[in-house]
Design a protein around this ligand. Structure first.
Ligand code: SAH
Length: 355
């Protein structure tokens, strides 16, 4: 470390002290930092996460239970308009089997994620949630099924769902409209996030790093939005292009940028549950480990049946057969331990309040 701190280091210090820098200052941090600044950020981010979560890394079993989707997001491989997507929907029994297998392996959080598939009505999902909870009352259920009515969210919460992931995708309105067709709106997505929080879910927002048309100003907006929402979880991974989407061939987000954002988010929201995402593990073989060393404290291995894994292809080259999967929990444990952290199989709830 130099004897005199750089301007970026002073900004990082302010974040560490719980202050929110002005927009211009944040923009400078995002665009002008050196590798040394990044190392400084990661060191403080680790300090903060270790103060709250020690060396623990929480794991979640991800069940991708449907790739039918009514939406047409330009970046996403399971968008409605992708005629090349091979559609599938797990039966209730298949979903229970995934959770049972996960439970035997030690998982105590199941994340049910899917496209916006109206086949899964309010009632149908209530039944699924109740049955999983009946069998595994010591487990947490996280839902990630997009934008739905208040009544759906409330009913699922009352059936036993604990958490909900709904990335806001981008907090800049004009950018949102570049990533989504006109029938979708940022205002509605934000409204959903505030509803989820009000109902009582541990709520997750988030955005992609390096999505097409994203500017540093967009990311500043994302950070300000996260600061005002104060979510319990934040999902941030690199954008990766998918060949059957309008964004085929667009540049992917980078490892460096994603890691830097993870570090900043950890300082901004010290208690946050922050996954080192599958997308991060896709753009670099050691992506998720490096995510953990930049402030992330969650990993979400795949519990979906092997037969459908290649069909939930949000982006190209998604890793889906090897060490990232829940079947190889020892591999995952070994990888986590290599970073100096340790895998913890409990529910892994958020520890404390985001002030
Ligand atoms: N239908 C649910 C789940 C969406 S998939 C919902 O609307 O929340 C989960 C996340 O994957 C999305 O929120 C998006 O941020 C991310 N994703 C989609 N396509 C991607 C791509 N091409 N590259 C990286 N991440 C992508």
């Amino acid at each position: 470390m130099p004897e005199v701190k750089t301007g970026c280091m002073l900004t990082i210090d302010r974040l560490y002290a719980g202050q929110m820098p002005e927009r211009e200052e944040l923009k400078k941090l995002l665009t002008c930092h050196t590798d040394e600044d990044a190392e400084y950020l990661f060191r403080l981010a680790r300090q903060v996460r270790e103060r709250i979560y020690g060396k623990d890394v929480y794991v979640r079993g991800l069940v991708e239970f449907t790739n039918y989707c009514r939406n047409n997001c330009y970046y996403c491989g399971i968008r409605r308009g992708n005629g090349n997507a091979c559609r599938y929907r797990l039966s209730d029994e298949e979903i229970y089997n995934c959770c049972d297998e996960g439970y035997r392996t030690g998982f105590r959080t199941f994340v049910l994620q899917g496209g916006e598939d109206v086949y899964f009505t309010r009632e149908r999902l209530c039944i699924i949630i109740e049955n999983i909870k009946k069998k595994h009352p010591d487990c947490a259920i996280t839902l990630s099924v997009g934008e739905r009515d208040y009544k759906d969210y409330l009913a699922w919460y009352e059936s036993g769902a604990d958490r909900y992931l709904l990335r806001h995708e981008t907090a800049a309105g004009w950018h949102y409209n570049k990533l989504h067709p006109a029938e979708m709106s940022l205002a509605h997505r934000k409204e959903c996030l505030f509803m989820l929080k009000e109902i009582g879910y541990q709520t997750g927002a988030g955005f992609m790093a390096g999505s097409p048309f994203q500017t540093p100003e967009c990311i500043v907006e994302d950070l300000y939005f996260l600061r005002s929402l104060r979510p319990h979880m934040v999902g941030t991974g690199p954008f990766i292009s998918q060949k059957d989407t309008p964004f085929a061939g667009k540049d992917n987000g980078t490892l460096e940028q994603t890691l830097f954002l993870l570090g900043v988010i950890r300082l901004m929201l010290p208690y946050v549950l922050l996954p080192a995402t599958t997308a991060l593990g896709t753009i670099a073989p050691d992506g998720r480990e490096r995510g953990l060393l930049a402030g992330a404290n969650v990993v979400m291995p795949n519990l979906s049946p092997v037969s459908v894994r290649d069909k939930y292809s949000l982006y190209d080259n998604k890793i889906y057969t090897g060490e990232e999967s829940a079947q190889c929990v020892e591999c995952l444990q070994r990888r986590i331990e290599q970073t100096g952290y340790r895998m913890v199989m409990g529910r892994g709830d958020v520890l404390g309040y985001l002030s």
